[in-house]
Write a protein that binds this ligand. Structure first.
Ligand SMILES: Nc1ncnc2c1ncn2[C@@H]1O[C@H](COP(=O)(O)OP(=O)(O)OP(=O)(O)O)[C@@H](O)[C@H]1O
Length: 366
């Protein structure tokens, strides 16, 4: 298959995507049957608790799921590249970096400690047949300068000479410098202080607009998506349970899980007791229910059908929610509706508090 990438923000359509990991108990699904569209030129945020499958989804966009994992079903159609799940070898290597830029979790620790950043930049350029290496260095300095750093100094530095926030910005520079038009950022601001986090989110937004990108931001922090994302997808137990325009989802969440996540965020103003942690724990690979609704164990709207049937997808405008109770409520007369919790406020502070409490990054690299 020949790859003829378009040099403009590509649209991405993820359809029926499932990934399994091999375990002593057999192959178990980490994500199953995911449908998600990244609209050309927009920023999509994917949010969910640790283990919900966010990083696995991000890796799938690059066809970079490593053994013991594998994509077991579905497709990832990227405009100009086709179905990435079918790409192999050199085509796949070229697609990554050149057409799909990415910063993976723990990017802060993924630089080569023995080489300067500049040397690694040149290696990257050569491996992608960049003819104008001077131009590449110029672009890198420019990007680093935009992110508030002295580009020349950073390129001359080794990893240990840079702070965590600086390394994170170097990671973002390396994701953008080959001029990819689809960019995947997995936890771009985790482990950064609030000021650095706000700076990085502003840069992500600015560069996205200036360069005309399609961007996917993976995070466990609802404050981060509220800050940068045009659209939001909420993951739980390896499935997307709600998606739609960010402000719509945050101001009128319909899935009980999204409602629970929002309630768990303490406010700057107001009574701290009003923040209510979502009771229970998210499922692990071995405990994701094989049938029915993956969220039912923690759900206040649980019904009998949730035990056996995967929730139907309820579409309303450009928002989608997968929930039996929402479907029943939407279809029933007002008096018969399940008692949906009241709407919740949009988070006020960027990253003031993780939506999900503790975050456990593993720092896997493709
Ligand atoms: N290499 C692996 N081998 C076995 N199981 C894995 C592997 N990588 C991920 N998993 C499992 O797959 C599920 C999804 O993990 P994933 O890392 O995609 O979630 P996540 O939402 O990104 O979590 P986090 O925010 O902690 O990174 C989890 O149950 C995880 O334990």
């Amino acid at each position: 298959m020949s790859v003829t990438p378009e040099k403009k923000a590509p649209g991405v359509r993820v359809s029926g995507l499932s990934v399994v990991y091999r375990t002593p108990a057999g192959e178990l699904p980490a994500i199953s049957g995911i449908d998600l569209e990244l609209v050309s030129g927009t920023i999509t945020g994917v949010v969910g608790e640790s283990g919900s499958g966010k990083s696995t989804l991000a890796l799938s966009l690059l066809n970079a799921v490593q053994s013991p994992g594998r994509i077991s079903a579905g497709s990832v159609e990227i405009d100009g590249l086709g179905d990435v799940v079918r790409l192999r070898g050199e085509e796949l290597r070229k697609a990554r970096g050149r057409h799909i830029g990415y910063v993976f979790q723990a990017a802060q620790n993924s630089l080569n400690p023995l080489k300067t950043v500049g040397k690694q930049l040149l290696d990257l350029g050569r491996s992608h047949d960049v003819a104008d290496l001077r131009g590449l260095v110029r672009d890198a300095k420019d990007l680093l300068g935009r992110m508030g750093m002295d580009g020349a100094r950073v390129l001359d530095s080794h990893q240990h000479e840079l702070s965590g926030g600086m390394r994170q910005r170097v990671g973002i520079m390396l994701a953008l410098v080959l001029n990819a038009h689809l960019v995947v950022l997995d936890e771009p601001t985790t482990a950064l202080d609030m000021i650095t986090q706000a700076t990085i989110l502003r840069i992500v937004r600015e560069v996205h607009q200036e360069r005309g990108l399609t961007t996917l931001v993976i995070t466990h922090d609802l404050g981060v998506v509220a800050e940068v994302a045009d659209r939001l997808a909420v993951m739980y137990g390896g499935q997307v349970v709600e998606q739609g325009p960010t402000m719509e989802v945050l101001s009128a969440p319909r899935h009980p899980y999204t409602q629970g996540l929002l309630r768990a965020i303490p406010r700057l103003l107001g009574d701290i007791d009003e923040a209510r942690a979502l009771p229970g724990r998210p499922p692990t690979l071995g405990t994701i229910p094989a049938q029915g609704c993956v969220f039912r164990e923690r759900c206040v709207l649980r019904m009998d059908v949730c035990e056996t049937e995967r929730p139907p997808v309820v579409v309303s405008g450009t928002s989608i929610v997968a929930c039996h109770a929402v479907e029943a409520g939407a279809g029933a007369a007002a008096g018969d509706r399940p008692a949906a919790p009241a709407p919740v406020e949009v988070p006020e502070v960027v990253g003031a508090q993780s939506a999900t409490g503790v975050h456990e990054g593993r720092g896997e690299q493709p």
